[in-house]
Design a binder for this molecule. Sequence first.
Ligand code: HAM
Length: 417
Amino acid sequence: MRDLLPAQYRAYLKLTELFFSEAARFGFQPIELPAFEQKSLFIKGVGEETDIVSKEMYDLYAHGEDLGLALRPEGTASVVRAYIEHGMHSLPQPVRLCYAGPMWRHERPQKGRYRQFYQLGLEVLGSADAVTDAQLALFLATFSKKAGLSDIQIRLGSTGDSQCRPAYEKKLRAYFTEYQDVLCADCLRRLEVNPLRLLDCKESACQAVAAKAPLLLNNLCADCQQHFKQVTEAVEQLGVPYELDPTLVRGLDYYTRTVIEATASAGGHELAIAGGGRYDNLVGLYGGPKTPASGLSIGLDRLVEALDRLGRLPEHQPSTDVCFILLGPEARAAGLGLYKTLSDLDLSVALVPDKDSLRAQLKAADQLKARYAVIIGQQEVVDKKAILRELAIGSQETISLDELPERLSSATTSIAD
Ligand code: HAM
């Protein structure tokens, strides 16, 4: 687990804010979901044989007792649960929801792969149309560009549906059966339960076999072929650059038809920054009314890492308008009331309570990159005045304490961070 320190966390916050405002522009409404859910929700939706569920999920125990709960490894399952639980199918469809937050997967920690990581997610429930999928690709391209990554690679594929998948699985099973002697123990089990999962095994021997396996994209039924054609046409009409990827397999079981992934190249590294696709059966699988759906999630950690490698992290603009420099107890007493008045005017006001000397307090004001210093010493208290110094220029004037708030609020436009 990691701490996110200020320089880095500022980028997380800024990108999250950008994400929510872009998502609102695309018609998405924000939703906040619990950090843990019934384990069975993920087992059923993401899939028992997936690495995410079988190897990476954090189960929750209290006093040694299995609570049947798990830290969420992803957000789609929870969104679908909430959609059903709150009767959102009776709202005008489609329902567009967006969310941001930490997810947990017990993966081997390495650069760009964390046990607690952050996703920005979009889900559209109640639309079967290919244009919905294309809009998600457009969102991805638009958001990444505004975030500072103008050159992401979007890949599109199709995983078929319950019409064409069984025949393909049969083909796949027959193909992999020929290579039983080289497959890992996990894959031998997957061969029985879910042959599609052999396609994303991380063992190199299995990957070599999987590389030559029959492609699902060549085995789609007519309806899925047509849908995928419509997706690619709409993506082209929207002017989003993409590559067709017949080998695209996602590590989650719920996908049907469209699958999408995006990578960014940064400093010689390829980072998988987003993934998603269509999941037309998930609402039904959880007991809701049959509802086609589609979505994607952006890996915020990877986005920040890519921007960092490219030197494009959002710059931090220090935002202190005024720093108070109070010399002696009388000045403190006079200055604190004024400090409150300026703060109420929404100015960014700083104090340096732990430093006594003028020199030390001026140095602190400088470090804060304050625009103005308000200096009050014993003489100023007696005269009911303050010295107002514009720090970058070095110019200063003496001004009565009464006039100061009016003067500063008109002179400063608070520089938002
Ligand atoms: P996913 O591909 O598992 O999909 O994750 C989406 C993104 O989360 C990845 O592309 C990656 O950027 C980031 N990510 C995943 N695992 C880690 C990790 N350990 N450390 C850092 N970043 C990571 C999903 O989670 C689906 N729920 C996406 C979706 C939404 N499908 C439909 N709607």
